[in-house]
Design a protein around this ligand. Structure first.
Ligand code: GRF
Length: 201
């Protein structure tokens, strides 16, 4: 299966997915990495592995939908079976979601539905929860509202800073996201309304 990764920043989740492809834990190939940031380190990671790396500048388009139409066209041209959002800092328009319904995943650094949107880690710490974590979910038109695929808890310690907690969450993300991608590729995810049932057999 051809995979596309959309990332705005550092790309450590992209790296985890590339690693999982390389060691056979994901039966697919990262066909393209797309970023809305010219200097996103994620683009450099892609280039290092000979993966097509595209910077698409949002300012070159009249609006969000025009931007998404361009990306959707690029994805269709590359016969992408799954779109993986990995720190992509833009909300997808309904055009994008419609074109790839059920075939877009995102990872979020909290136990959704708690602390959606920006700075999920900071929000959790400020709220004072004792447990946070991360969530892989399908993407719908809302902000981090799609069906949950996998979640894992991470404890919050008294001495935690945003950075320390995010680092521990990142470690879990790097295990969880490749697993979710492989479950999708193997056809082991089934949606029943909002519930995503996982066939672990
Ligand atoms: C991750 O924490 C992810 O949960 C959130 O953005 C961060 C991206 O990190 N959506 P990276 O760019 O993959 O290192």
């Amino acid at each position: 299966m051809n995979l596309a990764v959309l990332a705005s920043g550092y790309g450590s989740n992209l790296q985890a997915i590339i690693n999982a492809v390389q060691n056979g834990e994901i039966n697919g190939r990262v066909a393209v990495v797309i970023s809305d940031w010219k200097d996103a380190y994620a683009l450099q990671r892609a280039r290092d592995y000979g993966i097509e790396a595209l910077y698409i500048d949002p300012r070159a388009y009249p609006g969000r939908e025009a931007y998404d139409r361009e990306i959707v066209a690029l994805l269709h041209k590359r016969k992408i079976g799954l779109v993986i959002l990995a720190g992509f800092m833009r909300l997808l328009t309904s055009h994008f979601v419609r074109e790839f319904r059920g075939r877009i995943m995102n990872i979020h650094p909290s136990l959704l539905p708690a602390f959606p949107g920006l700075d999920g880690v900071k929000q959790a710490l400020a709220y004072g929860v004792k447990v946070s974590g991360c969530t892989v979910h399908f993407v719908d038109e809302g902000l981090d509202t799609g069906p949950v695929i996998l979640q894992e808890a991470v404890p919050v310690y008294d001495e935690d800073t945003d950075e320390a907690l995010h680092e521990r969450i990142h470690e879990v993300e790097h295990r969880l996201y490749p697993r979710a991608v492989q479950l999708f590729i193997k056809g082991k995810l089934r949606l029943e309304g909002r519930r995503c049932l996982v066939d672990e057999s």
